[in-house]
Design a protein around this ligand. Sequence first.
Ligand code: ADE
Ligand code: ZN
Length: 325
Amino acid sequence: RLCRAQMVSLPKAEVHVHLEGCFDPEQLAVWALSSGIPMPRKQDELLNFNGLADFLAFLDWSCGLVSSRERLAQLSYSYAQRLSQNGGLYADLIFNPTHWKTWRGRLGEMIDAIDAGLRAAEEDGLASVGLCVSLLRQQTAAEASELVDFLTALRHPRVVALSIDGNEAVTKGSGTRFAQAFARAGRAGLKRTVHAGESSGAEGVRDAILLLGADRIDHGVRAIDDPAVVALLAERRIPIGVCLTSNIKLGVYPRYAEHPLRRLRDAGVITTINTDDPVLLQTTLVDEYLICQNEFEFSPHDIVDVALNSLAASFASDEAKMTYR
Ligand code: ADE
Ligand code: ZN
């Protein structure tokens, strides 16, 4: 068995994590008080989420408390710091502009502020981080197209991917709606990552692969409900970004005993281990690796394998990947 320190020292990446999930709850309470914005519930119940929809509504509230460039840069810096403390060398960080009400229409400024925080972290010797700019599942085809136009014109070196997150249950069959925008993003050199198989079943994973050209699937665990979709993931070598604590806390599975992590790995699906929303879900990357060992009986070999998968599955440049060993 590997001890915590050994888990920390394993070279690894995080490939499924949201900037919106990195708020410190005490900091949020201070900001809410000083800006006169009411708390959604009592402080000691702030992180008791009642499923994904409630969690996403919480993000609208918490992101609404961040109006300054400094706060956004600081939040980004502190994520890189936390990743480094967990032995992470690189991360693909998802950021969804729709949660950040006070920044509406100022996406370029937001990206610059996040970039400033991440650049400062790199200058301090911390992990490097690429940004995945995300659509929310219920957005329109026109909004998706507009985002792709913006990102391809901007060509910001920090932005590595287009993403979709949010609640897959609110709009069925949205793969078709986003297909054109995703195809254009791919042609413009952006990677593509899609939340699927969390609040959707296996069909959401199939759509992400066949309609959206996903290079990676965020969650993907409910692919297990359709053996053909599991085979599609394995054959096309499309990695999935599994988030164990998140799946339990947000109610995708009631217990680890029901979680398909091991069955997906055994079926040949390239699997990575991630936090999703580390601070709000009160976990760390190393805690997630420890859960693999404690709840899924991962051997040291299995643990090393998922860590290597994470580096290979990341959207870091090939040059950077050579140095992550
Ligand atoms: N945004 C932040 N965390 C998320 C999750 N687990 N699923 C969908 N959207 C999210
Ligand atoms: Zn996620």
